[in-house]
Design a protein around this ligand. Sequence first.
Ligand code: BES
Ligand code: MN
Ligand code: ZN
Length: 481
Amino acid sequence: MRLTLGSPSALKQKAPLVVLMVSDGKASFPAGDLHQQASKLLKSKTFKGKAAETLVLHATSAAGPRALLLIGMGKAKEITSDLVRRAGLIAGAEGAKLGAKKVVLGAVGAWSLDAASLSALGEGLVLSSYRYTVKKPDTKAPSEAVIISGMKGAAAVLKTAKAVSEGTNLARELGDLPGNIADPDHLRSTARKVCTAGKLRFKSYDNAALKRMKMGGILAVNQGSDKPAYLIEMEYAPARYKHTICIVGKGLTFDAGGISLKPASGMEEMKYDMCGGAATIGLMKAIAATKPKGVRVIGIVGTTENLQNGSAYKPGDVVTTGSGKTIEVINTDAEGRVVLADAIHLATKFKPEAIIDMATLTGAIVVALGHEAAGLFSKDDKLVERLQKASKNTDEKLWHMPSYPAYDEKVKSKWADIRNSAGREAGSCTAAAFLYNFSGGIPHAHLDVAGAAWEMASRNNFPGGASGFGVRLLHNALCNW
Ligand code: BES
Ligand code: MN
Ligand code: ZN
């Protein structure tokens, strides 16, 4: 979807759909039949303008817009960027429903778009254009959205909003695709395409390379699968940079649990177990498009399936990771951390200033936070603060979870350096404690996105499925580094 800028007169002109955002239940409507009808409906309180309330009017005369969509924004003083993003989602969906190729949007109350709300509106619009394509989509997204704004720097704001949302949509697509389509080869080829198109360095390590590198963690998990495993590396490096940051994503394209098999009910949802990896690829796409200054970004994805066959790794096995540290396998379903052990170790080789991993790591974080927020784990206060700031800027919510030394004790093993499960208690916290062992003392944040990365039900006009969580958040964090 193209995002362009227009002047207020565009609201009166002929267009398939004009969208008016109405705040405080008051608006000054442009001239024209439809607008006058809308004005009456607002005066009579048929449409009150409550937050996210909508009303569609269709034209009977030939002049002016063919259809008018009013979106209530509630009280001007209380408008959040979340609500504005939602207005973009509503507008895009309504445009698609009407088969409109073009949508023109403007705020007609006392409230007007500032940089943050313009960004959110653009994001919502582009997010609304995502389609899952395995099944033929019911509607086609509008190809252009014209936003009425005379704000200085508006074009640049929209350019970033579009790039970040397209990266998010790529992450959503990878997440929603089933495990037989979005398999490790698919993740690798998608990452390669992103790198070729965006002029990023691409490298992937296949099973033979992983063996040479002694990456015994990812290889152990991969033993139960007939498909290959990869560590994927994507690098954005501007000519001059001050900071190197590594982003690491868990890319389990399907997680059956392995020998510690998961229950059948709901197992199909484990196609989403690559959402951390998908967000890493989507983020690199956004980074390639926006080219932030002064920061070098390396995206690393560890990808394999976790299945079971006669060669599958087993409880009790002790595996040696690329770092040289050994892991006792207690539960083969705690596979994400075993893969990440090697992916994070690879990240340390770049001597980055920070490592941030995104992983659908534990069911426990879904129990704790639901789909509202990702768990944020880190022992580095500065890094926590950075990420919390980015979270405020982007509405991708983080909840800071504890990293007490007691959790480090719980993942110690009698038979190896560390064990991959310490049982149900504090399951998300001990998972984070496990990961810290592989970041070699480099400031490390772990985002457990098991809930935030996807949700079956639709919510606040966002359809059910993968959310692409993390792309917007980390793009913002990296741009402000
Ligand atoms: N991929 C799962 C975590 C998960 C569960 C993500 C539900 C999304 C929804 C992960 O690999 C896993 O199975 N974790 C286990 C760890 C346990 C065996 C220590 C879990 O959370 O039960
Ligand atoms: Mn698992
Ligand atoms: Zn998993």
